[in-house]
Design a binder for this molecule. Structure first.
Ligand code: DLL
Length: 440
């Protein structure tokens, strides 16, 4: 089933003509209304009307997370605040948060794209959607919600947390669809098992999972545990939120990107060069229809590749493979994106510590854990080898991390020069969760 057949099945040539027309409009708009884009285009010696073909995309400067942070909170908005009807923000403190705005029309577009996702997942107005994505500044909750209502389905706005209640509602309200992060779905299953609930006998038939990386092994586990078909949904706050791309139920292999609303490119993470179709690299998105927050060539840091084979569902829109890693070492833990640089900044402020640290990400049962191992400096060891002093430092790190990241972490102080050296480098992040395909 296809929600907007006219646009989702456009022949490639027609689609590209539409993309170019929309791109030219968005470049003009951004250049003339957002100071940042004028500056960056001028610096590159580029005028919006220099872009005459989609193959000229590579000439347009990229936008990075830093650009968003530097313009915090509203510096990249292209419309006055009176036209903004909604604000969202990515997780993180001021140094890492990106704030995005939506006009009324942006919300309509977003809702349509989320509805497209549900129809691609095989849902109709007869479905009941248990939406366990967090409601709030996170785009997951409200993004999914508006799409579900537009479809005419019944949405249960349960949001995240309160697992006991979620289990009750899953049994009593009989939802057919579960939307959540894949790790939360596993968490629900584990609690269900402990409470003696047979998850396979629930009415669920589809799970729409995303917001964090997951693997095919997790897909099998989720499908088996809930007796559902599990689909991958990908998006990021900066570009729009969920609704940018999803796997269709027919293909279940790679996520279609709604190309009438976005141009997606894959670039080499180090050189920035646009890579030929099929090669692995970093996803770069340009929004074609967003009014409040147009985003041009945004470097997502997410690694993927295009799947070039046509999909049996009939959509002409390109598919991207599941995300296989991050080019900036960031990782997602309990739905929160953590950047090693955030942790580094906190550790730097504690004078008893040495410069080397290592982050061990693991999954215990269905719970993601983060352990920060950090070397103490020589001086603290010689001044006081006292256990109590060291314990206090560990406590301080844990507290500062909780303030910075919003999640609890374990800390472990280790001796100077004891952290693993890899060609003289410390391997920053060791992710033992087995969620990246290359590690399976
Ligand atoms: O996670 C938006 C979203 C909500 C997508 C619900 C899907 C479902 P952010 O909080 O800004 O937005 O986090 C975006 O999460 O750059 C990826 O690194 C990661 N991510 C999101 N979906 C997937 C996925 C939302 N399906 C960041 N697979 C992105 C792997 C994902 N990583």
């Amino acid at each position: 089933m296809i929600y907007n057949e006219d646009f989702e099945t456009l022949p490639r040539e027609v689609l590209e003509t539409l993309q170019l027309k929309r791109l030219q409009q968005v470049l003009q708009k951004a250049y003339h209304t957002v100071g940042f884009y004028k500056k960056s285009f001028d610096a590159a010696g580029l005028r919006p009307d220099d872009i005459k073909n989609l193959s000229d995309m590579g000439r347009i400067p990229v936008t990075t997370k830093k650009d968003l942070v530097d313009n915090y909170p509203f510096g990249l908005f292209a419309v006055p605040m009176s036209n903004i009807v909604r604000l969202h923000a990515s997780s993180g403190t001021k140094d890492h948060a990106a704030v995005v705005g939506y006009t009324k029309r942006d919300i309509e577009t977003w809702s349509e794209l989320m509805t497209r996702c549900f129809v691609a997942a095989g849902l109709t107005k007869n479905d009941v959607i248990h939406n366990a994505f967090g409601y709030g500044l996170f785009t997951g909750g409200l993004g999914v919600h508006y799409g579900a209502e537009r479809l005419g389905a019944s949405v249960i706005p349960i949001s995240g947390g309160n697992t006991k209640r979620q289990l009750m509602i899953l049994q009593d309200f009989g939802p057919t669809t579960l939307c959540s992060t894949p790790s939360y779905a596993l968490n629900l299953a584990e609690h269900g098992r402990a409470a003696g609930v047979d998850m396979r006998s629930l009415k669920l038939r589809v799970g729409i999972f995303g917001g964090e990386p997951w693997s095919d092994t997790m897909r099998e586990q989720l499908e088996e545990t809930f007796d559902i078909k599990a689909l991958n949904i990908y998006g990021l706050t900066e570009v729009m939120g969920p609704g940018m791309s999803i796997e269709c139920i027919e293909g279940r292999n790679g996520m279609h990107v709604f190309e009438d609303h976005f141009i997606v490119e894959i670039i080499h993470p180090e050189t920035g060069e646009v890579l030929p179709p099929g090669e692995q690299g970093e996803l770069v998105f340009t929004t074609l229809t967003k009014e409040a927050f147009p985003l041009i060539r945004y470097r997502t840091r997410d690694l993927s590749r295009f799947i070039m084979e046509p999909c049996r569902c009939g959509r002409s829109h390109i598919r991207i493979d599941r995300i296989t890693g991050r080019s900036d070492n960031a990782f997602s833990i309990r739905g929160v994106t953590v950047y090693p640089s955030q942790i580094e900044a906190v550790l730097k402020g504690i004078k008893e510590l040495g410069p080397r640290y290592q982050l061990i990400v693991d999954r215990v049962g269905t719970m993601d854990t983060l352990e920060i191992q950090v070397e103490v400096n020589e001086k603290i060891l010689s001044d006081s080898g006292e256990v109590k002093v060291l314990q206090n430092i560990e406590k301080l790190i844990a507290k500062d991390m909780k303030d910075e990241l919003g999640i609890s972490v374990k800390t472990k102080l280790v001796e100077p020069n004891s952290l693993q050296h890899l060609e003289g480098k410390v391997e920053r992040v060791i992710d033992r969760r087995n969620i990246w395909p290359s590690e399976q």
